[in-house]
Design a protein around this ligand. Structure first.
Ligand code: PRP
Ligand code: URA
Length: 209
C-alpha cells in the first residue's frame, strides 16, 4: 500500500500559512509556492540512491558519495502545477519536465484531459506529479492514469494541500502510489473546494480572478 507523507518541517508550515492567507497577493503567493516546492523536493529526494566514487581533495584521496544517476521527471498538472516546477528543478536541475493538462468540469467536478506531453523514455524515469491541490482526487487519478497508459512504472504524487477524500480516492484507484503533502486538511465543501484550503490555486497563482 502506498504511504502518505506529511512534511511538517517548520519552514514549510510557516510558508503554507501565508499561502493560505487570502490577503497574500499574486506575486507573494507565487514566490511562496515556489519556495515550498523546493523544500518539499528536499524531503522527497531523501531516498535517492547514492554510489561511492574516489576523488582527490587538495590534501588526499577520499572515497565519497554522489547520486547514482537516477532518471527523474517532474510532471505538473496544468495549470496550477506549473507553480511548483521551478522550485523542484532548483534541487533536481537535470530532471525532464512533462505536462498534463486537466481541468475540472465545474458542474460534474470530473477532470477533462486536454494536453499530455511526456519525456520519450517514460519507462525508465521516476515521475513526480506536482499540483498544489488534491481535492476530490479526480485530477490526480486522471494524471496517474495518463502516465501509466504511456508506460510510466514509477510515480509519486506531491501537493501542498490534500483533502482526506482525495488521498482515499488515489489509494482506491492506485494503491501503490506514495503521496507527499505539506498539509492534510479537514474536508471538501459542496463545491469540491478544500476546507480550510487556500481557495483556487490556479486563480491565485496566475491572478485570474
Ligand atoms: C485544481 C487543482 C487540481 C484540481 C484538484 O485545478 O490545481 O488540479 O483542481 O481538484 P480535484 O482533486 O477535485 O480534481 P483546476 O481544475 O481548478 O484547474 P486549473 O489548474 O486550470 O485552475
Ligand atoms: N482546486 C483548487 O484550486 N482548490 C481547491 O480547494 C480544490 C480544487
Amino acid at each position: 500500500m502506498g504511504k502518505v507523507y506529511v512534511f511538517d518541517h517548520p519552514l514549510i508550515q510557516h510558508k503554507l500559512t501565508y499561502i493560505r492567507d487570502k490577503n497574500t497577493g499574486t506575486k507573494e503567493f507565487r514566490e511562496l509556492v515556489d519556495e515550498v516546492a523546493t523544500l518539499m523536493a528536499f524531503e522527497i529526494t531523501r531516498d535517492l540512491p547514492l554510489e561511492e566514487i574516489e576523488i582527490d581533495t587538495p590534501v588526499t584521496t577520499a572515497k565519497t558519495k554522489v547520486l547514482s544517476g537516477k532518471k527523474m521527471a517532474i510532471v505538473p498538472i496544468l495549470r496550477a502545477g506549473i507553480g511548483m516546477v521551478d522550485g523542484v528543478l532548483k534541487l533536481i536541475p537535470a530532471a525532464k519536465v512533462g505536462h498534463i493538462g486537466l481541468y475540472r468540469d465545474p458542474q460534474t467536478l470530473k477532470p477533462i484531459e486536454y494536453y499530455a506531453k511526456l519525456p520519450a523514455d517514460v519507462e525508465e524515469r521516476d515521475f513526480i506529479i506536482v499540483d498544489p491541490m488534491l481535492a476530490t482526487g479526480g485530477s490526480a487519478i486522471e494524471a496517474i492514469n495518463s502516465l501509466k497508459k504511456r508506460g510510466a512504472k514509477s510515480i509519486k504524487f506531491m501537493c501542498l494541500i490534500a483533502a482526506p477524500e482525495g488521498v482515499q480516492a488515489i489509494h482506491d484507484e492506485h494503491p501503490e502510489i506514495d503521496i507527499y503533502i505539506a498539509a492534510l486538511d479537514e474536508k471538501l465543501n459542496d463545491h469540491g473546494y478544500i476546507i480550510p484550503g487556500l481557495g483556487d490555486a490556479g486563480d491565485r497563482l496566475f491572478g485570474t480572478k
